[in-house]
Design a protein around this ligand. Structure first.
Ligand code: SF4
Length: 659
């Protein structure tokens, strides 16, 4: 499709350059309204057994006190669905009116009971009317139609109950649990996810039932973003009502990785103006999820007044599939190289060998040697504070042009120039020069970049609408057929660690998801005048966040990826403890994806594209997977991690951790 045509056909967001929230229909969930002109709602899910009424109530209260506006509780069977009444009554008795949502997989009968008790029901279209057998089935148009009829019969009673009781519904598609029918016809794709929801939505519309919210979750951030965008596009094209969206990345994991992964997916869509309610899924207690979701959402409160970004005339990327922008290889940037990490150490005067550990390079004085871990920065930007010792092997330094001119080592040290300096420069590095420009200067820089094979652009923007401003500059380059590699540089005010990781993940992650960016640099900016220890802490954070963002956007794997579920009332073991234990033994397996799932009902499907899986299958029992294939069933939990390692070893993917 011609890019101009594509732009005309883009209906998934109001604007690619001006922040504008998509207008949706309001859906009432008890006292909370999702969509319309209402603020984005923050929600979370309990992890306590639903049959433990008081435990659930107390956890709900902790969640409410952390800012949670909507609480989801699993209802795996009729007895849990019935117990939602006790939980709700107790909460109301204690003065809490927060609406409750029943989470349903496989059990229409539980859904029909829950819909009479709570304010909203979540169904998974992949398993509401289907049992997953991981089978590929051939369908004729007629047999497919018959299948749809069967779904209709199963689903209609719930729609009618919801309509009668004023209960809202979420049609919540998960990438990992698409039905065999959808998989057979559309494959494991964003289009399959969208179709999976639309099959159910059409039935709701036929019944004139519109209290529907839709989600398209995946633990793969690229798939997740594409699926939401495609959903909106299809809703618009298909003449559906603009239903509100519930945003989330499934099985994001815990700690920094979980936060970054969530922000890459959720943040990118919030930048598009999409999303009416958000749930961040972390393998942590649910009261820790809400502040993260709030930090993501609050960023858009005052976004509309941002500086003007020129309109996009030609849209050179396809927002529904991943394609990396074509670039020339300059040194080890661009071409087929992984995106590079540049650590900004320019605020540290006379940095010592020991302090280089902040960027993953360790000096061993007894051996007078350097060692690098998996998060060893590729380049450091020292600005006007050159490194006063011999660089570690494999590390390169970027200096301000005026400093570089007098530097002896012109093999490992490279100049960074402003546009003005670049225009006048007579002496440049023979192979690699960094041109530091803003989005506003990119047009001016274009003629200077023409035909050059020795320049990498470091691009930044002061625009509040940062990601779209940077993206617009990339489009300018693409429109003018410039294939120069570009590193995205972002800078943030002093703030807590969570915000730094969430903002960087949104701004740079959003670009990477669209195939834009050959590197990342988080500027030290606001910390320049801070005490040395604070600057060093910040450098360490920026370095690990940089690698985390590249990994979360699936553009560079530098560590083991854990696809761990947040746990819920179905969970059969202590997920947080188990995840920590597995992480301790396997976190040196760079690039390997390990799924850690609380239950056998949803776990195998939900862990999506994990290489290995550790799934609770009964009290104290674990089932181990290689991909989607069961390798060992009912392993005693005390032995399960050893057995998992044995499977990885037999598969040839194990390496011994270094002492
Ligand atoms: S996979 Fe985890 S979060 Fe999902 S239903 Fe099972 S235990 Fe609950």
């Amino acid at each position: 499709m011609e890019t101009k045509d594509l732009l005309e056909k883009i209906k998934y967001c109001n604007s690619l350059t001006a922040y504008s929230r998509r207008k949706t229909i309001p859906v009432k969930v008890g006292d909370v309204i999702i969509g319309g002109d209402n603020p984005i709602v923050v929600q979370s899910m309990t992890t306590v057994d639903t049959m433990d009424t008081l435990g659930s109530v107390e956890q709900c209260i902790r969640m409410i006190e952390s800012g949670c506006q909507l609480i989801r509780i699993t209802a795996p069977s009729i007895k849990e669905a019935e117990n939602l009444k006790n939980i709700k009554d107790e909460l109301r008795k204690r003065g809490y009116n927060t609406p409750l949502v029943a989470d349903i997989h496989f059990t229409p009968n539980a859904a029909e009971i829950a819909a009479k008790i709570v304010e909203k029901v979540r169904i998974n279209p992949g398993n509401y009317a289907d049992k997953k057998k991981f089978e590929f089935l051939e369908y004729t148009d007629q047999s497919y139609q018959e299948e749809l009829e069967r779904i209709r019969e199963r689903f209609l009673p719930l729609v009618r109950i919801c309509k009668k009781h004023g209960t809202a519904m979420r049609i919540g598609t998960n990438h990992g649990s698409l039905s065999d029918r959808i998989m057979s016809r559309y494959g494991d794709t964003p289009l399959g996810m969208v179709e999976s929801a639309l099959e159910f939505l059409r039935i709701c519309e036929e019944e004139n039932y519109h209290d529907v919210v839709i989600s398209m979750k995946s633990s793969n951030t690229q798939v997740m973003v594409q699926a939401y965008r495609l959903l909106v596009q299809k809703l618009e094209e298909g003449g559906f009502k603009p239903y509100p969206l519930h945003l989330g990345v499934t099985e994001a994991g815990d700690g920094e990785d979980g936060r970054i992964k969530s922000a890459v997916g959720i943040g990118t869509l919030l930048e598009d103006g999409l999303g009416d309610t958000v749930r961040v899924s972390l393998t942590e207690d649910p009261e820790f999820e809400t502040p993260v979701a709030k930090a993501l959402v609050d960023r858009y409160e005052n976004r509309t007044g941002h500086a003007l970004i020129p309109d996009v005339v030609h849209y050179p990327v396809n927002p529904f599939e991943y394609n990396r922008r074509d670039t020339i290889e300059v040194f080890n940037f661009g071409g087929t190289n992984v995106p590079r990490v540049i650590a900004d150490i320019s605020a540290v005067e006379n940095i010592t060998e020991k302090e280089m550990k902040q960027v993953g390079h360790f000096y061993l004085p007894e051996l007078d040697k350097w060692k690098m871990n998996d998060l060893g920065a590729d380049y450091v930007f020292s600005g006007s504070n050159p490194i006063p010792f011999m660089l570690p092997n494999g590390m390169k330094e970027i200096q301000h042009y005026a400093v570089w001119l007098y530097t002896e080592d012109k093999v490992n040290k490279f100049p960074a120039l402003s546009l003005e300096e670049f225009r006048k420069a007579e002496n440049l590095h023979y192979g690699l020069n960094f041109l530091m420009v803003s989005d506003q200067e990119i047009k001016e820089a274009l003629p200077l970049l023409e035909g050059r094979k020795d320049v990498v652009v470091i691009l930044h923007s002061d625009n509040l609408h940062n990601m779209p401003a940077l993206r617009r500059a990339f489009f300018e380059l693409m429109e003018n057929h410039s294939i120069v590699p570009v590193v995205a540089r972002v800078n943030y005010a002093k703030q807590d660690q969570d915000k730094t990781m969430l903002y960087a993940a949104t701004d740079v992650g959003g670009l990477l998801i669209e195939g834009l960016g050959e590197g990342i640099m988080i500027g030290i900016g606001a910390y320049r005048e801070s005490p040395r220890t604070e600057i060093l802490d910040q450098i360490k954070l920026h370095n690990s966040v940089s690698f985390g963002v590249l990994q979360a956007a699936r553009t560079r794997m530098s560590k083991t990826e854990y696809i761990s579920c947040p746990s819920c009332g179905r969970t059969l073991f202590d997920l947080q403890e188990t995840t920590a234990m597995i992480r301790k033994r396997t976190d040196h397996l760079k690039g390997v994806k390990i799924g850690i799932m609380g239950c056998i009902v949803n776990g195998p499907g939900e862990m999506a594209d994990a290489d290995y899986g550790y799934v609770g299958s009964g009290k104290g029992k674990i089932t181990l997977y290689k991909g989607k294939e069961v390798v060992k069933k009912s392993v005693a939990s005390e032995k399960a991690v050893d057995e998992l390692i044995e499977i990885i070893r037999k598969d040839g993917m194990w390496i011994e951790p270094e002492a």
